[in-house]
Design a protein around this ligand. Structure first.
Ligand SMILES: Nc1ncnc2c1ncn2[C@@H]1O[C@H](COP(=O)(O)OP(=O)(O)OP(=O)(O)O)[C@@H](O)[C@H]1O
Ligand SMILES: [Mg+2]
Length: 267
């Protein structure tokens, strides 16, 4: 079987030719097998979010190639790529529409890629299936289908966003510090839920985190980025044996000790 994701020598510079020029991706290479769940760590500005944005097509890359499940998406619009992707960001406000109800939000996700918008209302069958999937969250949200999402907590909103991102099995699930804005207890719950959704649906996923423990604990593979490149890539048994101290050592090696204030260290 082929790769689910191929990133080949991707480069991206912001504000090229100006005083604010920033090389954000400097030759990123990464191949993911179907079902890979890779955690991504690295210091501030290492290029983690930029890598996910390059995959999602937020802007065009300067050089390189991105292939999802055999389809070269390098030149596809963000809108077209959305059909292949599920995304959850750090800010709980971004993944759902606050003024719409839980079921309306879910209907939009469920009808992704179909002509039918929300125009015909929500059918009984849809409502039943939303209830079923909300039950799996174990947050009691299955009884609040018509509640406005804006009334929910950040953790509940992230949980619903995760569910929505996986309603139509995406080829790739992109999580960018999606628990960083939550209190520790809620963050742990949403992380456990992420694990469950990824394994239940056998998703291929990438999860950026600044928490090294979480990066070790979750997924089957871990990469570290630095200055726009993947500088470390471990999987399988080797990853299971990893300790935070190993990652610290690695990070110290590449950053020359100038990392004391990094969020990754402060976690
Ligand atoms: N849209 C943009 N315009 C200009 N510069 C950008 C843009 N997006 C990212 N950058 C810059 O590119 C570099 C990489 O940023 P990126 O957001 O990928 O870092 P990161 O690894 O996600 O870091 P963090 O841990 O802080 O989230 C940074 O120097 C950042 O300021
Ligand atoms: Mg980031």
């Amino acid at each position: 079987m082929g790769y689910m994701l191929e990133i080949q020598d991707v480069h991206k510079t912001f504000n090229a030719g100006t005083i604010n020029e920033k090389v954000a991706l400097n030759g990123v290479n990464l191949n993911l097998n179907p079902g890979d769940f890779v955690t991504i760590i690295g210091g501030n500005g290492a290029g983690k979010s930029t890598t996910l944005n390059a995959i999602a097509g937020v802007w065009s890359i300067d050089a390189g190639k991105i292939v999802i499940d055999g389809v070269d998406i390098t030149k596809l619009s963000e809108h077209k790529r959305a059909a292949f992707l599920g995304r959850v960001f750090q800010d709980p406000m971004t993944g759902t529409a606050a003024t719409m109800s839980i079921e309306e939000n879910m209907a939009i996700a469920a009808r992704r890629g179909q002509r039918r918008g929300l125009g015909w209302g929500i059918t009984k069958k849809e409502r039943e299936s939303f209830k079923e999937s909300l039950k799996t969250l174990d947050l009691g949200l299955e009884d609040r289908l018509s509640s406005k999402v804006g009334l929910l907590s950040g953790g509940q909103r992230q949980a619903i966003t995760l569910l929505m991102a996986s309603l139509k099995k995406p080829k790739l699930l992109l999580l960018d510090e999606h628990t960083a804005a939550l209190d520790p207890k809620t963050a742990a719950k949403v992380l456990a839920l992420s694990d469950k959704i990824i394994s239940d649906h056998n998703l291929t996923a990438m999860m950026v985190t600044h928490n090294m423990k979480d990066a070790i604990l979750h997924g089957n593979r871990l990469i570290m980025m630095h200055e726009g490149r993947v500088i470390y890539d471990v999987s399988g048994e080797e990853k299971k044996q990893l300790q935070v101290a190993d990652l610290l050592k690695k990070f110290e090696e590449v950053s020359g000790g100038e990392f004391a204030n990094d969020r990754m260290m402060l976690a």
